[in-house]
Design a protein around this ligand. Sequence first.
Ligand code: ZN
Length: 266
Amino acid sequence: MRYIDPHIHMVSRTTDDYQRMAQAGCIAVTEPAFWAGFDRSSAQGFYDYYRQLTEYEPKRAAQFGIKHFTWLCINPKEADDPGFAREVIALIPDFLEKETVLGIGEIGLNKNTKNELIILEEQIALAEKYNQMVLVHTPHLEDKQKGTRIIMDAISASSIEPGRVLIDHVEEHTVSEVLDRGFWAGMTLYPDTKVTPQRAADIIEMFGTERLWMNSAGDWGCSDPLAVPKARLEMAKRGHSSETIDQVTFGNPQTFLGQSENFKLE
Ligand SMILES: [Zn+2]
C-alpha cells in the first residue's frame, strides 16, 4: 500500500517520523508554510524558513524514499500586521522558482480580522499573478463556517479556478458547501481536536469521495504523523474497498497536486 500525506509540517517532526511514515506506505508529503508556534521577529526569519522548506526538508525526506513538496505564504496567524506581512510576501516570488514548490499556502483566516482578509487577498493576487495553485487554512471552532465562506468569496472574486484550490480543515458543517462551489476539500485528522479517523470515514460515507482527501497536518502540537494510515485502517474495518481507500489517500491527492508540473512522483 502507498499513500500521500498532503498536509504535514515536517520541520516540526523528527527523522524517526519520516522513517515510520515510510514504513506505513507514505511515498510523498506536501508541507504548507505555517506558524512556528511563536511569532518570527523579522522577515529574515521567513527567508530561512523558506530555505528549510525548499532545500533541506526534501533531502531529509529523500533518505526514506519520500518525496517532499511545499507551499509558501505567510500564515494567517502572523498576517495581522500588514506592513510586516508584505515584507514577507515580497520574498516569495524568488522561491516559486524552486522545483518542489506547488503553490501558495496555507493561506486563509485565523480570527477573521480585517487585516487578515487584506493579506489573504494580497496572497490570492500573488497566486493569480504567478499562476499558482492554492492551499487554504480555515479557522477552527466557532468561526469556521463564517471564515470558510469569506475565504471562498475572496477566491471566487479572483480569476483562480476553484479546481486549483484546496480548502483544508473541512468538517461536517462546511464540506458540502466547499464541494458544491467546485473547490477540493481536505479533512485534517487530529487525535482529539479537528476530525478523528472515525469522523473522516463518516464524512466519506455521507459526501462521497470526489475531490476529497485527508491529511494529518502533523505539527509541533499534539498530532499524529500516522493519522492517514490509521484512517485507512478505519475505512477497511468498515468494509470500504481498497479502491475507495486508495482514492482518498492516494489518487485524489495525486490528481489535485498533479495540476502543478512540479509534482512528480518518479
Ligand atoms: Zn497546517
